[in-house]
Every structure is written in structure tokens, then in C-alpha cells.
Design a protein around this ligand. Structure first.
Ligand SMILES: NC(=O)c1ccc[n+]([C@@H]2O[C@H](COP(=O)([O-])OP(=O)(O)OC[C@H]3O[C@@H](n4cnc5c(N)ncnc54)[C@H](O)[C@@H]3O)[C@@H](O)[C@H]2O)c1
Length: 292
């Protein structure tokens, strides 16, 4: 997701510094002309790096982003997502930046929904370490940032598209597509009837740009409001990749919510944002990218 935002910012003429410890990120995803500093955001040195660059805007997207890792290694998750977030907050204040964008998870934050699609007022009920750490960081940003630094919280549904790693434990679309194109076995955790709200990465980049240009603090959901089961995603990708096999079902993973869709009507009212790329079109673009 970060590489797509960087591309969009460079295209608009912004100077960009990427800070990433390359734990899952790949420099090859980034344009050639962007400077990358390889440092952990939770390290003390990060604040000095930020101050030296003197940014107007900090967009915080670095994360331990796997639900299953957050359950098996909650200390790692908390270190990156909570201590790292605090370090970003300190950097924003000391570097005198003019706004902070924080990319949060609308897909995990609300837990098992009381109603769907979830709006921003739905109770926050994390059922994974990941959701809890991302929420804690959002709370810290609210508490620690002065009013003079607007905070833009983007609560995203499940983002997918080109460049998403097929090697991690999240990002079901890129994982399935890679395995299908390679003729490997596809595993579904649980019965596959759990549903997600899939939003295309290009629509996220538009949301990020619109939020950045907005004058005031905001907290907004970004999703399509449509739920699609993992079994349906499997079938659509199977047909796009001409995969001939059936999935293998395994145990459901702890921390995964059963159903989630997001209500983005506030984003439409506030920013004029609506998703433009539907699931099938996004899957076609993703498979085309992976074939390439
Ligand atoms: N992908 C989604 O569906 C989704 C949905 C909602 C929110 N988000 C959030 O959006 C952001 C980006 O997600 P993504 O899918 O691109 O994740 P990703 O895991 O692909 O990217 C995270 C990046 O952070 C870097 N990173 C990890 N730990 C770091 C550390 N300690 N210091 C510096 N860099 C570090 C990684 O190297 C990687 O480049 C994350 O904050 C994630 O929580 C993602």
C-alpha cells in the first residue's frame, strides 16, 4: 500500500522520504527516484531521521500487519504497532509537521459486528492482537498530538491489488492468485464462508490523497459495503487463472473475524470518496499484474 501512495505523491510533485525497515517491504516495489531510509520506526534514530527531512506530512503505514502473527507473537506486534506508533507521534511533534495520516484497520477494529455495514460509531471490540495494537496506536495519536497537528485516521476494509505480497499470512487474494498461477495447493482456513469487504488499492490511494488535502482532522471508514466470502473469491480467481483444483480446508485461525463490511457514507459526505473499482475488475488487474 505504501508503494502505491508514494507513486501517487511523486506524480503530484511532492518530495517523499520512505522510512521502512524492509521486514516485509521490498524496495523494488518503489519508484527508482525515491529515497529510502532502512530503519525501524520504534528505534530512537527514527525521530532524528524525521527531523532531518523536516516533513509537512507524515503518513504512518508501517506495521506488523498479520493477524495470525499478532496472536502468535503479540510482543512483536505491540512493539511495532504501539511503540512504533508512539515514536511516529513523537517524530511528528519534534519535526513540526503539519498533519499526520494514520492508516488503521476497519476490517479488524470493530470485531464481530453488531450490525453491518459498520459505521465509525460502531463499538470498537478487537478480537486480535493486531486490531488491539492498531486501535491503541489510534488512541495514542488522539491523545498525544496537539490540536495544531490535524490527525487523519483512515479505517480501511481489506485492501488488495498489485504488489501485495503473496508470501505473507494475510492478503488472501494475492496468496490464492500466486498459488493458482503456480499450480500449487490453495488452503482455506475455516469453512471459507467468512466474508470480507475488498477495496482496490487504487481507491485507497484516492482516499489517502483526498484525506491529505482535507483541512481538518477526520476519522473515516473506506470500504465498499459489500461482503464477499473467501469461497467466492476462490471461485472468481479460479476462473480468471483457469485453475483446475479444489481448495483444501484447514482450521479457522484465531483472531479472524467471521464477517465484516464497512459503511463509507461519511467518507462520501466529507470527501466525496466512493470506490470506483469493483471486485471483479480489481481481481483482473491483480491477476494480470501477477502474470506479468
Ligand atoms: N492490507 C490491508 O488490507 C490493510 C487494511 C487496513 C489497514 N491496513 C494498514 O495499512 C498499512 C499498510 O498495510 P500493507 O498491507 O501495505 O502492509 P505490509 O505489511 O505490506 O507493509 C507494511 C510495511 O511496514 C514495514 N515495517 C514493518 N515493521 C516496521 C518497522 N518496525 N519499522 C519500519 N517499517 C516497518 C514493512 O517492511 C512493510 O514495508 C498498515 O498499517 C496496515 O495495518 C492494511
Amino acid at each position: 500500500m505504501g508503494s502505491h501512495v508514494v507513486g501517487g505523491l511523486l506524480a503530484k510533485g511532492h518530495d517523499v522520504l520512505v522510512v521502512d525497515n524492509l521486514s516485509t517491504g521490498m524496495p523494488s516495489n518503489l519508484p527508482d527516484n525515491v529515497e529510502i531510509v532502512d530503519i525501524d520506526i520504534a528505534d530512537d534514530g527514527f525521530v532524528s531521521v524525521a527531523k532531518a527531512f523536516n516533513p509537512n506530512v507524515i503518513s504512518h503505514m508501517a506495521a506488523q500487519s498479520s493477524v495470525s502473527v499478532s496472536m502468535s507473537n503479540p510482543c512483536l506486534d505491540a512493539r511495532v504497532n504501539i511503540l512504533g506508533g508512539l515514536s511516529v507521534c513523537r517524530a511528528a511533534k519534534e519535526a513540526g509537521c503539519e498533519q499526520v495520516l494514520y492508516v488503521n484497520t476497519g476490517g479488524a477494529l470493530y470485531g464481530e459486528p453488531e450490525y453491518m455495514p459498520c459505521d465509525e460509531d460502531h463499538p470498537i471490540r478487537p478480537i486480535s492482537g493486531y486490531a488491539l495494537s492498531k486501535w491503541t496506536s489510534e488512541c495514542y495519536f488522539r491523545m498525544m498530538l496537539p490540536d495544531s497537528i490535524p490527525l487523519k485516521v483512515l479505517r480501511l476494509a481489506n485492501v488488495f491489488g498489485p504488489r501485495q505480497s503473496p508470501h505473507g499470512e494475510s492478503g488472501v487474494i494475492s496468496i490464492f492468485a500466486r498459488k493458482m498461477l503456480d499450480g500449487d495447493v490453495v488452503q482455506i482456513f475455516g469453512d471459507g464462508e467468512h466474508t470480507r469487504d475488498y477495496v482496490y488499492v487504487g481507491d485507497f490511494v484516492r482516499a489517502h490523497d483526498m484525506a491529505m488535502r482535507h483541512a481538518r482532522s477526520l476519522t473515516l471508514n473506506f470500504g465498499t459495503g459489500e461482503g464477499t466470502s473467501v469461497n467466492e473469491v476462490f471461485q472468481q480467481l479460479k476462473s480468471l487463472t483457469r485453475y483446475g483444483e479444489s481448495p483444501v480446508y484447514g482450521d479457522a485461525r484465531p483472531g479472524d473475524v467471521r464477517h465484516i463490511t464497512l459503511d463509507s457514507s461519511k467518507a462520501k459526505r466529507t470527501l466525496g470518496w466512493e470506490p470506483r473499482v469493483g471486485l471483479l475488475e480489481g481481481l483482473e488487474k491483480t491477476v494480470a499484474y501477477m502474470r506479468g
